[in-house]
Write a protein that binds this ligand. Sequence first.
Ligand code: 1YM
Length: 660
Amino acid sequence: MDNETLEQEKGNLIPKEEKSPSKYTGDDIQVLEGLEAVRKRPGMYIGSTSSTGLHHCVWEIIDNAIDEALAGYCDTIHVTINEGNTITVTDNGRGIPVDIVSKSGKSGVETVYTILHAGGKFSNSIYKVSGGLHGVGASVVNALSEWLEVTVHKDGGIYYIRFENGGHTVEPLKRIGDCSDSGTIVTFKPDGTVFTETTEFDYGTIRDRVRQMAFLNKGVRIIVSDNRGSEENHQREEFCYEGGVKEYVTYLNRNKETEENPYEVVYCEGVQDDITVEIAMQYNDSYTSMIYSFCNNINTGDGGTHEEGFRMALTRVMNKYARANKFLKENDESLTQDDVKEGLTAIISIKHPNPQYEGQTKGKLGNSEVRAIVSNLFGEQLERYLNENPRQAKAIMGKVTLAANARIAARKARETTRKSGLGISSLPGKLFDCQSKEVEKCELYIVEGNSAGGSAKNGRDRKYQAVLPLRGKILNVEKAQLKRIFANAEIGNMILAIGGGYGNDFDVSKIRYHKIVIMTDADVDGSHIRILLLTFFYRFMKPLIEQGYVYIAQPPLYKASRGNKDYYCYNDEQLAVLREKLGPVASKLLKIQRYKGLGEMNAEQLWETTMDPEKRKMLRVTIDDAMEADKIFDELMGEDVLCRKEFIKENAKFVNNLDI
Ligand code: 1YM
């Protein structure tokens, strides 16, 4: 963006009355200039014009209803997808003000929906916390809608207003009837000229978000419905959690246990300096942690001061309790942050009247005062919990000291291998390494089975392609104990070959290949091994996936030969296309071989179809949303076998198609 446009954009964000109060009253042109700015650069307000941006509009309207609930005036919200892809959000709050606002000369409703930054301006509520756009949400959604209608029930009257074509008022707010209740009803149709990718709402996306909102705002009842299509396809779900984040943690841990979890949920809440803090945490018998934080109902994916306060207090209090009650002896090492978070699921949710976000994606909370507030509130309540619940405390102490012992044992093992010369410098015997040391160009093929490993070894480009054959299945790291994971030979070989270490010590700058290619058979076993490998990378070498270094090879499913000409088909569709191209007569003469495994291909075939950078197709593994990925891995690798089978059949959702 050049400087001039930037200035213009900024100008439009300044509330009009600060610019020139005299011109302001009733000036339609100025108002529409504001909304026009939104239409010119929708990405600035809602992030993107893709499906994500489309749904962002829904979140903005829901946020206003949630704010009304947090202010204590509303307890029920309906979110409905209507026939024709419009959305209706209703609440039973006070109703948006309908009186004329002197500064704008318009009704409250029209002001809120047509003037950027109108929201907080004349609202006297201190609890305008929900959502990201801070009051401008309503006008932004209006600007990006083909039409939008607001109906308000307030003070005995029903009021109605409609906007069209990006926020143009059709007729000012009008009283159209009487009523005895109160609330706000908003319906809108997103503008197809703005949302060019799609204007179709996704029920699952809206349902998941609504469920999360219900967890984060205890006691608020939210009903989500999809009324599109025929009646038997309609859907409706209702969410209301009196326990709030406490129930959220139980929900997140639902796949972790086959029997009842021996650990209870520890819950803490408090308010200090207008900042509301709510924390719930629960250990489980796995070794991974799921710690999610939120500020004003928004997931702070990169953490921040609220998460720091939580971790500080958790480590401090656990150490204090462990020392005082002799779970740690005088000479024992203190528990680290990693020890106390092993197998921990936690939600940290704060509500802040003036949040500051940092980082590239604005996903990190920056307010420094929050650190001490969370640390003190949570620390105090956790300490009290441990002292009042000695049996639970004993179980937790068992868990965290075990983690500490495993960490110390792993460190000693590392030191021994390094001393004996078996450490980082030595490569596994099974690895057929490449010649080049230019890591950007080097590729490691992890291949299922020795026979396919042999073909890959002989067919590869020795200069840049290394091959590591894996025998049998590797461990399911989601379920296995840390010590067992690192005692597993296949995993050990992989760690050595990749060269960047693992876990918290993983150093992506030390890896020896910039493409790690998983090459497994196109059958259920192959899918299983692939998922196990991805889980391992996700849990212990996450930056590898985050930086896009992990790929999945795509071997063909069929070889079709006619005379001495061979065709490779990667799926059934391609085979059908080939048949069509050759015509019915020639098709009859086709000899079709279905590859059951990579091992059936000889070295040349494997090179030609799957490894030759000029011809091959590969999928790059990406993870857009860490929370979603955690959930997927969890469901996949946890105890829920049915869920896992379903997933493997459907195949990796987190893999984006990318031709290379
Ligand atoms: C379906 C969407 O927008 N509900 C809603 C919005 C407001 C109020 C009540 C409200 C707020 C206040 C006073 C206040 C809004 N009011 C404004 C503004 N649901 C939905 N329900 N009275 C009513 O904050 O003081 C903006 S949003 F600015 F007009 F007060």
